[in-house]
Design a protein around this ligand. Structure first.
Ligand code: AMP
Length: 366
């Protein structure tokens, strides 16, 4: 027989039930990909009528600290995964005692904590922006003297889309910036004068197979991802370095699942890793229409111990998020032969809310 026995790969056969923590659009697209491969999904989500529950076979609506509900959920599924990384550690540990859980609670713990993440990255020889932990205004002043200005102050935990974050400019008021932390632990990062933000999504299985997608360029508007351009227009050597870095991180984490590695490409052609997301990622949505295997199918394959699919890109792509009332462009997108429309089933188009995305495909340039 070729390859390892099913037990060592953690094989979860089609027909089984995948439990998903979190009910947003990532869980929705994960559930759809799982269904295509013959799996059922069961979502655990605190809110009623979530984008994921609309398409999952079953839903448990309960708080993440409801241990009884978590136990019943675990009993109803064969494997557990996440659609977002800020699941409380106690929740992940409770589930891990009951069912296989991918990625592991230890991977979540690193991805939830910007200090742990940067220390881990530097520890395996991956470059990041210089940083200091800052718990008091005095520590912030000292860190600013060491790292210089401008610098970026962030909360260590629970920040996303620029929330809990402030830039301290040359003449900026450090005390006011410290107040933005709202009492939470902070991390001060040296300002990176980047020429591009990029990311690499990579999958890894329990038997160590690794499959990266090409690096892509990410453009943000008001700190929210607006557009992803695949592939990123960077020199081949830098693209190779970005891919090698992402694969190295996935291996060092002993990851089972998907990892998005967000990076800065500096003006002097260095790659600095900014953030890790151990799950499908907005910057991987282009793969749904431009690659042989979408990131969502790949995540299902990885967490179910299946062989990974080809990440080959058959088209170049531009992914445009539909944020807030941009979703009104849905009809125009449907009329564009280059466009593939994906809507998330959210009722209210609040400002800043990701309502859907459009992938526009182009013939491969290279
Ligand atoms: P984050 O929440 O870490 O993903 O940061 C949100 C955005 O802020 C990033 O996508 C960058 O555009 C910007 N940013 C974050 N950290 C830095 C930094 N150290 N230097 C320059 N820009 C940054």
């Amino acid at each position: 027989m070729n390859g390892p026995a099913p037990a060592s790969r953690g094989l979860v056969r089609p027909g089984s039930t995948i439990g998903i923590l979190g009910g947003g659009q990532l869980g929705r697209m994960l559930a759809l990909a799982a269904a295509q491969l013959g799996y059922r999904t069961h979502v655990f989500v605190p809110e009623a009528d979530s984008p994921t529950a609309q398409v999952a076979a079953a839903a448990t609506v309960a708080r993440y600290d409801d241990l009884d509900a978590l136990s019943r959920f675990a009993a109803a599924v064969d494997v557990v995964t996440f659609e977002f990384e800020n699941v409380p550690a106690a929740t992940a540990q409770h589930l891990a005692a009951l069912r296989p859980i991918h990625p592991s609670p230890s991977v979540l713990a690193i991805a939830q904590d910007r200090l742990a993440e940067k220390r881990f990255l530097n520890g395996i020889g991956v470059a990041t922006a210089p940083f200091r932990a800052v718990a008091t205004p005095a520590e912030l002043e000292a860190a600013l003297r060491e790292l210089g200005r401008p610098a970026v102050l962030k909360t260590v935990r629970l920040g996303y889309d620029g929330k809990g974050q402030s830039m301290i400019r040359a003449d900026g008021d450090a005390a006011a910036a410290f107040a933005v932390l709202g009492g939470a632990d902070g991390i001060l990062e040296g300002f990176v004068d980047f020429r591009m933000e990029a990311s690499v999504v990579v999958a890894r299985t329990a038997v160590g197979d690794v499959a990266p997608y090409v690096p892509v360029e990410n453009r943000h508007v008001h700190h929210i991802l607006d557009t992803t351009i695949a592939p990123a227009a960077i020199p081949a050597a830098l693209a190779e370095e970005a891919v090698a870095t992402a694969c190295r991180i996935a291996r060092a984490l002993d990851l089972v699942g998907l990892l998005a590695v967000e990076m800065f490409v500096t003006r002097d052609d260095r790659i600095l890793v900014n953030e890790l997301a151990p799950r499908p990622h907005n910057s991987g949505h282009w793969t749904m229409d431009a690659c042989r295997t979408s990131q969502f199918e790949q995540h299902v394959r990885a967490v179910c111990g299946l062989p990974l699919g080809s990440t080959e890109r058959h088209s170049d792509a531009v992914m445009k998020n539909l944020i807030g009332d941009e979703v009104e462009g849905w009809l125009e997108a449907l009329c564009d032969p280059a466009a593939k429309l994906h809507l998330y089933g959210k009722a209210a188009a609040r400002p800043g809310r990701k309502m859907g995305h459009v992938n526009r495909l182009y013939p491969r340039a290279g």
